[in-house]
Design a protein around this ligand. Structure first.
Ligand SMILES: NC(=O)c1ccc[n+]([C@@H]2O[C@H](COP(=O)([O-])OP(=O)(O)OC[C@H]3O[C@@H](n4cnc5c(N)ncnc54)[C@H](O)[C@@H]3O)[C@@H](O)[C@H]2O)c1
Length: 401
């Protein structure tokens, strides 16, 4: 069985590496640089080892391509392309449309099309199917299904195999074939009654996290104003064995999921006349955290950051990855610079970002820790500046939330 995976990023390459154990995989990506790198056996994604890619290439189980024609005889197509927001923060289905065009123009026999990209309920039925049909030169009766991806890149304990996978087809046959496909490399499969339920469940999972992160971020501000430790208070609440789940405060939320997916849900809710009050407010609270952090730093430093050298530690969106999408460090840096601070950043995993390079962890007036990778030494952070503000709760002896 030949499988095409459209998009060879975090989701697509991870799924390719698992699927290649059982199928011949064609990894289609529109970025030629990524394709060339993958075909030379080099992985660009944490959690997918280059040695694994090399092995699948050697065994003729995997090939990357940017040529649509190479997917023409695939029987299963998995779509795993970005679903970001437009500049006015609306769902951007442009990448999905381009992926559908590739599928429509190249797959000539009926097959199974599975979407793993995150999007609002109705995307499979109302957008993907008609878009593929629009670009197909002839009428082809494909089967369509959704199986939203839940992978957490860089995580060791949960992966494609042991994370339960939701799925639903537009028809029962599509559901059954989807189950057959994933059951080869996933232990627990959960069928739901419609693609819309699966699409909504994925959005709600991330909305749950977004709202709870916003709540704890707001609580961090309340705790500070009351003169109590937010961390001690959360640990105390967390001793309750039921009805409480601990979330930690931060300088905001980053990544392509939590700051983005809830907006997909809010947009579709409001289109249907339903309120999305919590989602909208949570997004604002999380975005405002960067300004709050910088205000606290300024207050502790005589109210003025003009000309001060500030080192921001950690510009990835979360620990131990190089991914900088929607990173809260960007807003922190913007607010610091708008107050006249001379800002550099240290992040050896990211290395280079926005035309700037990671600076050494020494010699600043002020250090602000946004993300702490395991490779960064707490002692070096404390030695890097006379004043250290830590938003992670990990640097003992620093000022913090
Ligand atoms: N990364 C995660 O942790 C994660 C987890 C769950 C769900 N998701 C969702 O999965 C989807 C993919 O996310 P990702 O993190 O893998 O993105 P990514 O940016 O890491 O990878 C996407 C890849 O798709 C390629 N691409 C873009 N347009 C294309 C096209 N028309 N044809 C072929 N390739 C194309 C890009 O070059 C890139 O390599 C998104 O909807 C995302 O929200 C991601």
């Amino acid at each position: 069985m030949k499988v095409a995976i459209i998009g060879q990023g975090y989701v697509g390459l991870t799924i390719s590496a698992f699927a290649a154990q059982y199928f011949d995989v064609v990894g289609f990506d529109s970025n030629q640089k990524i394709v060339d790198q993958l075909n030379s056996g080099v992985s660009h994604i944490e959690g997918v080892e280059s040695s694994t890619i090399k092995k699948w290439i050697k065994d003729s189980r995997y090939k990357a391509t940017s040529q649509g024609i190479d997917i023409r005889d695939c029987e299963i197509v998995v779509i795993a392309v970005p679903t970001p927001l437009t500049t006015d923060r609306k769902p951007d289905l442009g990448y999905i449309e381009a992926a559908c065009k590739t599928v429509g123009q190249n797959i000539s026999k009926p097959g199974l099309v599975i979407n793993e990209s995150t999007s609002f309920p109705g995307t499979l039925r109302g957008f993907i199917k008609p878009t593929i049909e629009k670009y197909s030169p002839k009428v082809i009766e494909h089967l369509y299904a959704i199986s939203p991806e839940r992978v957490d890149p860089g995580r060791g304990d949960f992966n494609q195999k042991n994370t339960p996978r939701l799925y639903a087809g537009l028809t029962q046959e599509a559901s059954d074939k989807t189950r057959e496909f994933y059951s080869k490399f996933c232990d627990v499969l959960v069928e739901v009654s419609s693609p819309e339920v699966a699409e909504a469940a994925k959005l709600f999972e991330n909305t749950f996290r977004q709202v709870n992160i916003a709540l704890v971020n707001e609580f961090a501000q309340i705790a500070h104003s009351l003169g109590i430790s937010v961390y001690e208070t959360l640990d105390a609440a967390n001793t309750k064995p039921y009805g409480f789940m601990k979330f930690s405060p931060s300088a905001g939320v980053g990544g392509h999921c939590i700051p983005v997916d809830p907006t997909y849900l809010a947009e579709v809710a409001e289109e249907h006349g339903a309120p999305a009050t919590f989602i909208r407010r949570a997004n604002d609270v999380n975005l405002e955290m960067s300004e709050y952090v910088v205000r606290r730093v300024a207050e502790d430093n005589g109210g003025d950051l003009q000309g001060k050298s500030v080192l921001v530690v950690g510009v990835a969106y979360k620990p131990n990855v190089a991914d900088v999408r929607e990173t809260s460090a960007e807003l922190v840096i913007q607010h610091l610079r708008s107050r006249g601070a001379v800002v550099s950043w240290h992040d050896d995993i990211v290395g280079e970002w926005k035309g700037e390079k990671s600076a050494p962890l020494v010699g600043a007036d002020i250090t602000v820790v946004v993300i702490m990778h395991d490779s960064v030494d707490e002692k070096n952070i404390l030695a890097s500046a006379p004043y250290v503000f830590d938003t992670t709760g990990k640097v003992k002896g620093a000022k913090g939330l």
